[in-house]
Design a protein around this ligand. Structure first.
Ligand SMILES: [Zn+2]
Length: 214
């Protein structure tokens, strides 16, 4: 089992994983994000995936596929540009969120889990001067079991909600062990303690041994 729990990851990550858990518990993809001032460590704004939420609060995006965690962190941000800020997210940003991070001048992206769908997305940015000169630095993924946990939450949503989608097919084909845990997390009685945990730390502790077993 990995040595670290979520509490030990430090302040920005704890906030980001709390957001991911709130997203998962409310029937969304289970992804959290925050914008952080690297000088002070202050969390400037937070966001979570809200794609199924129908009545988002002011300055949040919900109920559509723009409602990614990172987009919600950007939407909640003041001022409107992220120059010098670091973006933390539990899943490596997609095309939309990566492009927005570039547009808003994010300095650095920290991601907990790799997203296999966006392998080498950075390679794309090399083709245009605007994106090449502004693209943020990158750090990630985190330690193995925590990275798997961060990947597990959105995979659980994908397999439950759209089991025949390309994403679900790829998950079962490319990461069968993790997909099997994700399948069970959605409904298996023995994992109710995990999926109904009040805190993300409790959820992680309850499932971490399963995520370190292959
Ligand atoms: Zn995104």
């Amino acid at each position: 089992m990995g040595a670290l729990g979520i509490e030990e990851l430090g302040h920005p990550w704890r906030v980001v994983f709390d957001e991911a858990w709130a997203s998962f518990r409310s029937g969304n993809y289970g992804i959290g994000a925050a914008l952080v001032d690297p000088g002070t460590g202050d969390v400037v704004s937070t966001g979570r995936n809200r794609v199924t939420e129908q009545q988002p609060a002011s300055r949040t995006i919900g109920g559509n596929f723009l409602a990614h965690a990172e987009m919600n962190a950007f939407a909640a941000m003041e001022p409107f540009f992220a120059r010098g800020l670091h973006l933390y997210t539990t899943l490596e940003p997609c095309l939309m969120c990566s492009a927005t991070a570039i547009q808003l001048n994010v300095e650095h992206v920290h991601f907990a889990a790799h997203d296999e769908f966006f392998d080498d997305l950075d390679g794309l940015w090399q083709h245009h001067e605007y994106t090449r000169t502004r693209k943020p630095g990158r750090t990630g993924p985190l330690d193995e079991a925590i990275a798997r946990f961060a990947r597990l939450l959105p995979m659980t949503f994908t397999l439950a909600e759209s089991p025949e989608s390309n994403a679900a097919i790829a998950a079962r084909r490319d990461t069968p062990e993790l997909a099997a845990v994700a399948q069970r997390l959605a409904t298996a009685p023995e994992l109710a303690e995990v999926r109904e945990a009040d805190s993300v730390s409790d959820a992680y502790h309850a499932i971490a041994s399963e995520l370190a077993s292959w």
